[in-house]
Design a protein around this ligand. Structure first.
Ligand code: FES
Length: 168
């Protein structure tokens, strides 16, 4: 018999954190996005098993969970590089040169959309608005925002992460 979906792939500490979060909200579903983010942080991406486990824990349809994952660009279904570079090309950023920033990132990292460098250090993704419109053009690396970008500034940012990656 197939085992029912569970969250055994996560650490006991994270499972305990989930229990506390779920108890905190009047509606279990409210814990969905934070649970997905914490699970992704621990596993690197959202595996089919963890999606099933979270859906079961929150008594949701798996499809409803996948719809939420599809909506938020910070949630991913595939492994990413250690530094996941998300470049916004939505309207405010586009009006202020996002296309140039995107092309510069592609050339500099030698990656296309959704690809990862062979050393696993960087991955690249073109995304919709990341909420930094007032400081466009903007990109995000993991949880860090970088704004008012120029190609030169992008070089400094990527070099900084490369050095950080080499020294740790
Ligand atoms: S349009 Fe780029 S951050 Fe909003």
């Amino acid at each position: 018999m197939k085992p029912s979906p569970n969250l055994d792939m996560l650490t006991p500490a994270l499972r305990a954190r989930f229990d506390a979060m779920i108890a905190h909200y009047p509606v279990k579903r409210s814990a969905l996005v934070p649970m997905l983010l914490y699970a992704q942080d621990e596993l690197g991406y959202l595996t089919p098993e963890v999606i099933s486990g979270i859906a079961a824990r929150l008594e949701l349809d798996e499809l409803a969970v996948r719809e939420v994952i599809g909506y938020y660009s910070m949630l991913r279904l595939h492994p990413a590089g250690r530094y996941h570079v998300q470049v916004c090309t939505n309207i405010s950023c586009q009006l202020r040169g996002a296309d140039r920033i995107w092309e510069h990132c592609r050339a500099r990292l030698q990656l296309e959309n959704h690809q990862t460098t062979p050393d696993g250090l960087f991955s690249l993704e073109e995304v919709e608005c990341i909420g930094a419109c007032s400081w466009a053009p903007a990109l995000q690396v993991n949880y860090d925002f970088h704004q008012q970008l120029t190609p030169e500034k992008v070089d400094e940012i990527l070099d900084g992460y490369r050095q950080k990656g080499a020294s740790s």
